[in-house]
Design a protein around this ligand. Structure first.
Ligand code: ZN
Length: 452
């Protein structure tokens, strides 16, 4: 790290900042642990207050985990930081080298559940406020944090919580949770995310399992579900639900140009999972395009009948399965659920039941925005190489509910590296990247004030 005042400030506080990260990551705030979620919300509220957010507070609706909000700084522009303190479950625990909630430092890395997604990012964005104040002076913009506790469960109450104070989403740009570097150390700036519809399926064909000698006339639930699922997508990956693509927004020329500039290492992408060719016969260019602009219908799991050791000749009476649809702008998850029901009924699968448990809208913000230019500039400066703009990542964040009313720009600016293992065992971050991202974020708070 070179030696200007900002770097010296960060270097002098490495120990305290690392200790804070350890403290936050030690709170096991998985969706099922309400005490821990409360503790994490309180921790975030107190940390905002310590960083000069005079109005830091917790908003509550029903039994949902608190939305922690606070604002600091002054100036014309408002930057809203959309973050979360909840984490994915740490199971299976035996795959962790050190316990997920006992943050461990090894070889310049910190290991803990949530250290990348999203606690490290959340915390460095607060620490960057202190760095800015100490080195660059009072914030020339207003920074408002919205830190939710249900992001990993699909943010089911975020809209309700935001509605408690309608001004919360009035802003000029959003700093989205997370953020990553690619294998070349380039900062990946994601300007959008896919939406999601998650469905739980069930089909029951008989009151009980039957001897497979009766397979000539007893209906097999596993077969029913397999046929129903097969009717949803063709071998080219095209979703067959009538009307599914009707609302898909065509990429603009700017989107296409961004895709053109976006690196895509097809060989490495295949190597990660040990395949020689992409699914659906997609070429490298088609796979790259689809990763950004195509919606999907993905079977997450199927369960039915006998899968134990040896054989059992049985006709299963019940089958269950789960599918996630990743959606692109401007598909609406609840409308897709209605189209799915109509498709099943029309194709003779009226007996296949499903419930839509999770729905989030996709969101792709503008690329031609002061926030995007400001983030690209500070990322290039801090990481020493030009950033890569990505119109949309394959994942889902609750940006539609925050950004759509004003069609606001949103972007990531983070430090996760390709092997960080978010959502997986041994999740970790490299501290060197953490300090660089902290520097970039502190500079962003100034840069955004005047960016055109
Ligand atoms: Zn996250």
């Amino acid at each position: 790290m070179s030696g200007d005042a900002l770097d010296r400030f960060i270097a002098a506080r490495r120990e305290r900042f690392t200790e804070e990260l350890r403290e936050l990551c030690a709170i096991p705030c998985e969706a099922s642990d309400h005490t821990a979620l409360d503790a994490a919300a309180r921790w975030c509220r107190d940390r905002l207050a310590a960083a000069g957010f005079a109005d830091a507070r917790e908003l509550r609706a029903g039994g949902a985990p608190a939305l922690v909000v606070g604002e600091t700084g002054s100036g014309k522009r408002v930057l809203v930081g959309v973050q979360h303190y909840d984490v994915q479950p740490a199971v299976p625990l035996d795959l962790w080298k050190t316990p997920p909630y006992q943050p461990a430092l090894r070889d310049g890395a910190m290991y803990a559940r949530g250290v990348d997604d999203n606690k490290g990012h959340l915390l460095l964005r607060i620490q960057a406020i202190e760095a800015h104040r100490a080195v660059l002076g009072e914030l020339p913009i207003r920074v408002r944090f919205l830190i939710e506790g249900e992001e990993e469960s699909g943010s089911p109450n975020l809209a309700k919580l935001l509605a408690l104070e309608p001004g919360l989403t009035d802003a000029d740009g959003a700093l989205k949770e997370g953020g990553a570097l690619d294998s070349e150390g380039r900062s990946i700036l994601s300007l959008g995310g896919k939406g999601i519809l998650y469905c739980h399926f069930r089909v029951r064909t008989m009151t009980r399992d039957a001897h497979s000698g009766g397979a000539t006339h007893y209906p097999n639930a596993a077969g029913r579900l397999a046929h129903a699922f097969a009717s949803l997508v063709d071998v080219k990956g095209r979703v067959q639900i009538e009307g599914f693509y009707d609302d898909v927004r065509q990429p603009t020329d700017a989107d296409r140009a961004m895709l053109e500039r976006m690196p895509f290492d097809a060989r490495a992408t295949r190597a990660v999972v040990g395949i020689e060719a992409f699914a659906f016969g997609r070429t490298d260019d088609e796979a790259k395009w689809a990763s950004v602009f195509e919606p999907t219908c993905n079977v997450c799991g199927i369960e039915s009948g006998y899968n134990g050791p040896g054989s059992k000749t049985v006709i299963p009476a019940e089958a269950t399965g789960k599918i996630d649809f990743r959606l692109v702008p401007d598909q609406d998850p609840m409308k897709i659920a209605a189209l799915l029901r109509a498709h099943l009924d029309r194709h003779g699968f009226g007996d296949v039941e499903f419930s839509a448990e999770e729905g989030e809208h996709p969101y792709r913000g503008p690329a031609d925005a002061p926030l995007v230019r400001a983030v690209a500039a500070v990322a290039e400066e801090a990481f020493g190489t030009p950033a890569v703009l990505v119109p949309s990542s394959g994942g889902t964040s609750p940006m539609w509910v925050v950004c759509n009313p004003r069609r606001m720009a949103n972007v990531t600016l983070g430090m996760g590296h390709p092997g960080a293992g978010a959502h997986a065992p041994n999740e970790h971050i490299l501290l060197e990247n953490y300090w660089r991202a902290l520097r970039a974020t502190a500079r962003l708070y100034s840069e955004f004030a005047t960016a055109r």
